[in-house]
Design a protein around this ligand. Structure first.
Ligand code: FES
Length: 109
């Protein structure tokens, strides 16, 4: 199908659905994605489940661009997906906020 090789953006909703300093899960294209909104107004998106034992990253403690899993304190960089405390990193997804607050996510990287 034409366009299959292009990066596609999925509309998730509005940034106002995520309280400042928190994360929320969104279902997109059969996948659950955790989306975070920090106090600086930046947004980040990552896999929803912690790679350690599946903890809900959206319920973790957000600090700037890092997220700490609520279960056993593994910590990840949401800009790169790299692990800061723990054994392995996480998948992160490009996300942007349109002028009207609409969140647009790419699953293709
Ligand atoms: S499940 Fe996330 S640190 Fe254990």
């Amino acid at each position: 199908m034409p366009g299959d090789t292009l990066t596609r953006e999925h509309v998730l909703g509005n940034v106002d659905e995520i309280p400042v300093g928190e994360g929320r899960n969104f279902e997109v294209a059969g996948r659950t994605v955790a989306v975070f909104r920090n106090h600086a107004g930046e947004v980040f998106a990552s896999q929803a489940d912690c790679p350690h034992l599946g903890g809900p990253l959206a319920d973790g403690m957000l600090g700037g661009s890092t997220i700490m899993c609520p279960l056993h304190d593994r910590m990840f960089d949401l800009r790169t997906g790299s692990v800061l405390v723990g054994e392995c990193g996480i998948t992160v997804y490009p996300i942007r906020k349109a002028e009207d607050g609409t969140l647009l996510l790419s699953l293709d990287g």
